[in-house]
Design a protein around this ligand. Structure first.
Ligand SMILES: Cc1cc2nc3c(=O)[nH]c(=O)nc-3n(C[C@H](O)[C@H](O)[C@H](O)COP(=O)(O)OP(=O)(O)OC[C@H]3O[C@@H](n4cnc5c(N)ncnc54)[C@H](O)[C@@H]3O)c2cc1C
Ligand SMILES: NC(=O)C1=CN([C@@H]2O[C@H](COP(=O)(O)OP(=O)(O)OC[C@H]3O[C@@H](n4cnc5c(N)ncnc54)[C@H](OP(=O)(O)O)[C@@H]3O)[C@@H](O)[C@H]2O)C=CC1
Ligand SMILES: C=C(O[C@H]1[C@H](O)[C@@H](CO)O[C@H](OP(=O)(O)OP(=O)(O)OC[C@H]2O[C@@H](n3ccc(=O)[nH]c3=O)[C@H](O)[C@@H]2O)[C@@H]1NC(C)=O)C(=O)O
Length: 301
């Protein structure tokens, strides 16, 4: 076992899982092993873990629910951090919601609705963590995280804990400052408004119904594969290029939604990457538009 892995085991910074298959932690169900996954159970363990990795110069990354991530078949060299139960708590204080970075974003939205709070209805079908949603400025149905975000406690690469406001986060379409400055969202606060419980529930049910009809929720996928180009929809371009149903190995352009790639059973990361390249080439050739991936490819290739 590598020195740093046995060292982490001794340091009490959370559960250490050597050689952990990442396919268990991605919604595509794809990905080779991480050298080690570490699951800190509380903010203190998280800070100490990041500080130790920094001191030992071990490469690390954080995974939420792996719903926007393509992990290489060779897996990930270094440490993958996944937030444990003490970083999944959700609480409400008046119109404010506070959630650990590892909390389910869907669960947060459902609980907010039950409290009679409005603002998180859009999150009902986004199957990630609060940390992943803040990192991505996740959004749907005309809203996104930036509209309700108040602040976040973030552990920086050095282990230092900072509190970032909405301005600090530099939110944009599927973008936050964390794309340039590495850090882990340990906790986030959202400012909601008091609303009508029944109206919130009805809006969420309508969004859910629309998703069921337009997105392949029953097949392993990672949501939209490509960002939308300004003023257009990647799905429209991919469908118009005649690519629905196109397959490479076990990866297929969804026949329901053209910007989703589904794992039909045994897809590898290479299958998905090759299919993405074919889609990009066809759309560029036909419409002159360069599609930009929304999903992150991580690991060794
Ligand atoms: C069926 C389906 C529907 C979807 N619909 C939508 C949608 O409508 N709108 C939308 O925006 N997205 C959608 N997505 C994509 C995805 O759910 C979102 O991007 C989500 O916010 C990712 O969260 P995650 O926890 O799974 O992040 P992951 O995929 O685990 O990670 C994504 C990125 O966030 C980083 N990250 C994760 N946790 C943290 C943390 N605590 N601190 C700092 N960085 C972190 C990771 O390092 C990585 O770079 C959909 C996906 C699926 C499968
Ligand atoms: N295709 C894929 O690869 C994946 C798709 N998904 C989809 O994403 C969505 C969220 O997934 P996940 O984060 O894992 O949460 P869950 O599916 O675990 O949802 C947790 C609970 O919330 C309920 N729920 C989910 N969405 C809504 C909503 N919009 N309004 C009200 N209640 C809701 C669920 O009810 P109920 O059981 O009735 O839905 C369930 O009781 C689900 O629709 C799921 O099917 C999730 C992961 C991977
Ligand atoms: C799923 C994601 O977010 C989704 C989010 O759920 C939905 C709903 O708000 O709006 C975006 O999709 P989208 O632009 O494809 O929205 P949809 O409403 O599904 O489709 C838009 C339009 O594209 C066209 N369309 C869609 C699907 C398809 O197979 N073919 C097609 O031509 C239709 O004209 C449709 O009206 C987000 N995607 C991006 C890249 O911005 C994600 O980011 O992972």
């Amino acid at each position: 076992m590598q020195h740093w892995i046995s060292n982490l085991t001794r340091q009490g910074v959370g559960t250490v899982l050597p050689n952990e298959p990442m396919s268990k932690y991605t919604t595509w169900k794809i990905g080779g092993p991480a050298d080690a996954m570490v699951v800190p159970e509380n903010p203190g363990q998280l800070s100490r873990l990041v500080r130790l990795l920094h001191e030992e110069q071990v490469a690390w990354m954080v995974v939420g629910k792996g719903s926007n991530m393509l992990v290489s078949d060779q897996g990930i060299r270094g440490c993958v951090i996944r937030l444990g139960s003490g970083l999944e708590q959700i609480e409400f204080d008046g119109n404010e919601a506070r959630a650990g970075g590892g909390a389910s974003f869907v669960r947060l939205s459902i609980m907010a609705g039950k409290q009679g709070l409005t603002g998180l209805e859009f999150a009902g079908g986004i199957p990630g963590t609060v940390g992943g949603a803040v990192y991505m400025n996740a959004g749907a149905h005309g809203s996104d995280v930036s509209r309700i975000f108040k602040s976040a406690d973030i552990v920086l690469e050095t282990g230092e804990l900072v509190t970032y406001t909405a301005e600090d986060m530099k939110f944009d379409y599927r973008h936050s400052v964390l794309h340039e400055q590495r850090g882990i969202v340990a906790k986030a606060e959202f400012m909601l408004a008091s609303g009508d419980r029944l109206e919130v529930a009805a809006a969420m049910a309508a969004y859910k119904d629309r998703r069921r009809k337009t997105q392949p929720l029953q097949q392993p996928c990672a949501g939209s594969v490509f960002r939308n180009p300004p003023g257009d929809h990647s799905a429209r371009l991919i469908e118009a290029a005649g690519l629905k149903g196109l397959r490479v190995g076990g990866a297929e352009v969804s026949t329901l939604h053209a910007n989703f790639i589904v794992n039909t059973g045994q897809a590898t990361a290479e299958d998905v990457l090759t299919l993405m390249e074919e889609i990009k080439a066809a759309v560029k050739g036909k419409f002159g538009v360069t599609l930009v991936p929304e999903v992150f490819f991580v690991g060794e290739r």
